[in-house]
Design a protein around this ligand. Structure first.
Ligand SMILES: Cc1cc2nc3c(=O)[nH]c(=O)nc-3n(C[C@H](O)[C@H](O)[C@H](O)COP(=O)(O)OP(=O)(O)OC[C@H]3O[C@@H](n4cnc5c(N)ncnc54)[C@H](O)[C@@H]3O)c2cc1C
Length: 419
């Protein structure tokens, strides 16, 4: 990498002004539009990349790209790289990437190996079906981890690979197609509210999905390594243990609107308890012990049509925010990171970015659609429909338990690092 490059864009008068006038109402920012397209063939992998956003997508991509020899800096607008206390489920497809990035031991050290998924009828507390995650023997790579620990290990991994990390550094998106000055690529890992997305894809606004999610942690030492999904009319609650004697709670409720200023805020635990009064004593027991809870409006926009344009590309939630009902947002971000790095190993930058989009878009679209469908399955309102659906699941669970998890082999069994 040549000389220190600053993440925060500053005005580049002259050329920038004329491009601004031509292309975009962009306000300030040092950028350029390259006429040349760097080759990324063997021996010349030194593509200079700035990543906007140091969440899971940005940090994973930073490590993957730096390991390949590119000059990478990651810029995070927050004053520090931190996470609201909450858990995340890493599934085998995401774990494969963590492993390929050389971080599996670090993840194992801070996570719990998940063994079972239990779907439970929320009001009665009766198990509908239990799925053994070890059904094929061995360790497929299911983990429960605190988000802050996952972020920490990706951050350490990025820095160890030579990534320059800057915090308090907000990237003002340059005009469509342009990288920042001195760079070949600007990667938008700036999440659901991505500003770079409007440059790469047509401007589309995130929409409220009619669901909100509370997230909370409570002390619960010695819990079984299982994820429990308690399903009820118009709502469901997911819970699993985390290291440090903690239990993670994600509780989702259907709502008409989201009028709050921000996208998430602290809520009173009584509101969460009130929403799940009809649920079993086990759930109520957990909720009674919650002292601190955050509430999210669940927003989404469609999977981007274009994932790259000129010297800009999108990754993670910036390209494809998804509902959390298959626990795949972070896992997809990990997959993106690996596929992007591999795609940039050969040929022109544009060819690599084209391969990246081609490999990711259809898969991610399928995942997003499946997560949306899961919301409907979890929230069945009619007692009759719910009874029939649960009886069906129970039957399959007893007769052919493999069939239930096997329906998702295309998702969890897919290893992008083998491609
Ligand atoms: C309730 C809930 C539960 C979930 N559970 C799971 C789960 O169990 N498993 C799973 O795989 N996924 C889960 N997800 C989804 C997952 O959290 C997200 O998909 C994932 O975190 C997206 O990562 P990201 O890096 O793309 O975006 P983000 O995590 O949003 O990171 C974007 C980063 O960019 C920064 N930024 C924004 N703009 C700029 C800018 N202009 N310049 C510099 N920095 C900028 C932001 O500050 C932020 O740090 C869940 C989501 C929710 C809401």
């Amino acid at each position: 990498m040549s000389g220190p490059r600053r993440c925060i864009a500053t005005t580049d008068r002259g050329r920038a002004a004329s491009i601004r006038a031509r292309l975009d109402p962009y306000q300030g920012g040092r950028f350029h539009i390259r006429e040349t397209d760097p080759r990324t063939t063997e021996g010349n992998r030194d593509v200079k990349i700035t990543i906007a956003g140091a969440g899971i997508a940005g940090l994973a991509a930073a490590r993957a790209l730096a390991l390949d020899g590119h000059g990478v800096r990651a810029c995070e607008k927050s004053p520090e790289i931190s996470e609201v206390g909450a858990g995340i489920q890493v599934s085998p497809n995401g774990y494969a990437v963590v492993k390929a990035l050389g971080l599996a031991d670090a993840l194992d050290a801070v996570s719990i190996r998940a063994e079972r998924v239990r779907l439970i009828d929320g009001p009665t507390g009766r198990e509908v079906v239990g799925l053994d995650l070890r059904r094929r023997g061995g360790d497929a790579g299911w983990r429960f981890v605190h988000r802050a620990r996952l972020i920490d290990l990706l951050k350490d991994g990025a820095e160890a690979a030579g990534v320059a990390l800057e915090t308090g550094a907000e990237i003002a998106p340059p005009p469509a197609g342009a990288a920042l000055e001195g760079d070949d690529l600007l990667l938008g890992a700036d999440g659901l509210k991505s500003r770079l997305r409007a440059r790469v894809d047509e401007a589309s606004k995130p929409f409220f999905t009619g669901q909100v999610a509370w997230r909370a942690l409570l002390p619960d030492a010695g819990a079984a390594p299982e994820v429990e999904v308690h399903m009820g009319p118009g709502r469901h609650l997911v819970s699993y243990p985390l290291q440090g004697g903690l239990r993670n709670i994600v509780a989702v409720e259907e709502r008409q609107g989201w009028a709050e200023e921000g996208w998430s805020h602290r809520d009173h635990p009584a509101n969460l308890r009130g929403a799940f009064t009809g649920f079993s004593p086990r759930v109520k027991g957990w909720l009674d012990r919650i002292e601190d809870v955050h509430l999210w409006g669940l927003f989404r926009h469609r999977v981007a049509d274009r994932w790259w344009s000129g010297h800009q590309a999108l990754i993670g939630d910036a390209a494809h925010p998804t509902l959390p009902f298959l626990a795949q947002g972070a896992n997809m971000a990990l997959e993106d990171a690996w596929v992007l790095a591999r795609a940039l190993r050969e040929g022109l930058l544009a060819e690599g970015l084209g391969r990246y989009q081609a490999e990711r878009k259809a898969r991610v679209t399928r995942v997003v659609d499946a997560a949306t469908a899961n919301a409907r399955n979890y929230h069945l309102s009619s007692p009759l429909v719910r009874g029939v659906a649960h009886a069906g699941l129970r039957l399959i669970g007893m007769a052919a338990p493999d069939r239930l998890l096997g329906r998702f082999d295309w998702l969890y069994g897919h290893d992008v690092t083998r491609g």
